[in-house]
Each structure stands twice: as C-alpha cells, then as structure tokens.
Design a protein around this ligand. Structure first.
Ligand SMILES: NC(=O)c1ccc[n+]([C@@H]2O[C@H](COP(=O)([O-])OP(=O)(O)OC[C@H]3O[C@@H](n4cnc5c(N)ncnc54)[C@H](O)[C@@H]3O)[C@@H](O)[C@H]2O)c1
Length: 256
C-alpha cells in the first residue's frame, strides 16, 4: 500500500507508539486522523502535524465514537480509508489469586474491553469502510496493523489480564486476514517487547535502564520510531499478511 496520499487512521495515536506511527505516516505523505481518549494530547499532536492531520476524540470501548473517527478518516481523501493502525491500550498488574482474594473480575474485564474488544471494534469498523475503496492495480483495498505484546507469549507474574487481552489480538490476526483476503485487505500485528513510551516513563531512570539491559541485543529499550518504522513497512509490503511480528531484540520475559 502506498502511504503517500492515502487516508490513515491511528487509534491510540496521541501518545507513545501510536504517536510515533501517526508522525511516521504523516511524514511519508498520508492524511492522518489521530483518534484517542486523550483529547488534549491528541488535538495538540494534530495541530503540530498541521496540514493533512486531524484529531477525533474516541474511546475504543464506545463503538459509536470509533465509527465517527473512521468516517472522518474515510472522508479525508477521495481514495478513502486505506491504512488503520491500532495502538490504544492499557496495562494492569494483579495476580490470579492471593490470600486476600481472587483477581477482581472487573479489572480483568476492563483490560480485555480496552485492549481486545477495542481492537476488535476498530478492526471491524475500519475494514468495513475499506470494503468501499477502489482496489489498487494489485487488488489492494486496505491494511490494518494492530498492536499485541510479547506478554501474549511470555506473560509475567501479575499479567493474566494483560496477557489474555494481547493473546486475543494475536489470535484474531490470521482469521481476520482470511476473512478480508477476498477484498484485498491485509491484517497484521506487531508484538512489541519493551519500548520507551510514557507507559514506562513513570518508572525511575535506573529501573528503565535495568529493563533495557535485560534485552539481549540491542541492550536498551526500543524507540517508538522503531515501532513506527515496522508499522510503515507492514503497510508498504504487500506480502506481509496474517502475521504477528515480535519486535523485541530477542527478549523472552522471565516470570518476573
Ligand atoms: N511501551 C511498551 O513497552 C509496550 C510493549 C508491548 C505492547 N505495548 C502496547 O502498545 C500500545 C501502545 O502503548 P504505549 O506504550 O504507546 O502507551 P501510551 O500510554 O503511551 O499510549 C496509549 C494510548 O492509548 C490511549 N488509550 C488508552 N485507553 C484508550 C481508550 N479506551 N480509547 C482510546 N484510546 C485509549 C491513551 O490515551 C494513549 O494515548 C498498547 O496497546 C500497549 O499495550 C506497549
């Protein structure tokens, strides 16, 4: 998929990995709608990007809000919505059971609602809009990039909810790609390891450095721009489909 001139949507695009993806797509000539819960950061980013960028306030657990963001993204250019990158997500730490009681059901449900069901809503709504696109010469109508996590494979202590939500994102990638293959719409996911985003910025510098040093090579936290680089490659490389790509410097997480 050609990025230059295409209509793009970046859900969770106000911060971290999503912000980097929005910046990279915009720098390569895409028309970008940044959709996010955080209206202040999202609107500021769209304003900084300037021309070819807009903000849409959207909570991924509210499909009607996502529907509006998708409509805005599809209306940017006559070619319609061709690129959808999904980065909205939250973390949560809680053990499955402790002497004081079992894992709360509502925290598990909340993480799955945002990370997994939110991804499902964005995927179904964006791909439905892509079905209306004229196919490219190669028959392509669109591409979707979701964000999983290596916690889907190596979930640590306290990550039952987070790992389950990201495992769901991994598992839906192939069937969604198969569902949409006839229409020329690709679906991939990136499973990041440890990246230097506001999610980790809350940790003290020493803890962040230790986390980075635990990565085989390169022994540092990943840069959001490296995530964005892969997202753009997935968009551009037509053979990438139905695949979840680990982006983790060979990190395999220990139990804690
Ligand atoms: N940073 C890492 O090391 C890392 C590793 C693996 C996976 N991930 C995943 O990458 C994605 C992005 O993480 P990040 O590190 O950039 O975090 P971040 O907190 O910087 O960005 C997440 C964005 O999602 C938005 N968001 C949260 N809940 C939302 C909702 N209900 N509706 C709409 N937007 C919502 C936030 O406002 C924020 O802008 C997440 O899915 C995260 O699980 C991150």
């Amino acid at each position: 998929m050609l990025i230059d001139g295409s209509g793009a949507l970046v859900v969770g695009g106000a911060s971290g990995l999503g912000e980097a993806a929005a910046r990279a797509l915009h720098a390569r000539g895409a028309h970008v709608v940044v959709a996010d819960l955080d209206a202040e950061r999202g609107a500021a980013l769209a304003a900084r990007l300037g021309e070819r960028a807009q903000f849409a306030a959207a909570d991924v657990t509210r499909p009607e809000q996502l529907e509006q963001a998708v409509a805005l993204a599809a209306a940017q250019v006559p070619g319609g919505l061709r690129i959808s990158v999904h980065c909205a997500g939250i973390g949560h730490a809680e053990r499955i059971a402790r002497p004081k009681g079992p894992h709360r059901a509502e925290t598990f449900e909340r993480v799955v609602a945002v990370n997994l069901v939110g991804t499902f809503h964005a995927l179904r709504l964006a791909s439905a809009a892509m079905l209306a696109n004229e196919p490219s010469d190669g028959g392509e109508r669109g591409v979707v990039v979701n964000t999983a996590s290596i916690a889907a494979y190596d979930g640590q202590i306290g990550q039952v909810a987070y790992a389950a939500s990201k495992g769901g994102v991994v598992a839906l990638t192939l069937p969604a790609a198969r569902d949409l293959a006839g229409a020329g719409i690709r679906v991939c996911a990136i499973a990041p390891g440890l990246f230097d985003t506001p999610l980790l910025a809350a940790l003290p510098a020493e803890a962040r450095q230790q986390l980075g040093a635990s990565i085989p090579f390169p022994p540092r936290l990943g840069l959001p721009s490296e995530f964005a680089q892969l997202a753009c490659q997935i968009v551009e490389n037509e053979m990438l489909n139905g695949e979840v790509i680990r982006l983790d410097g060979a990190l395999r997480m220990a139990p804690r």
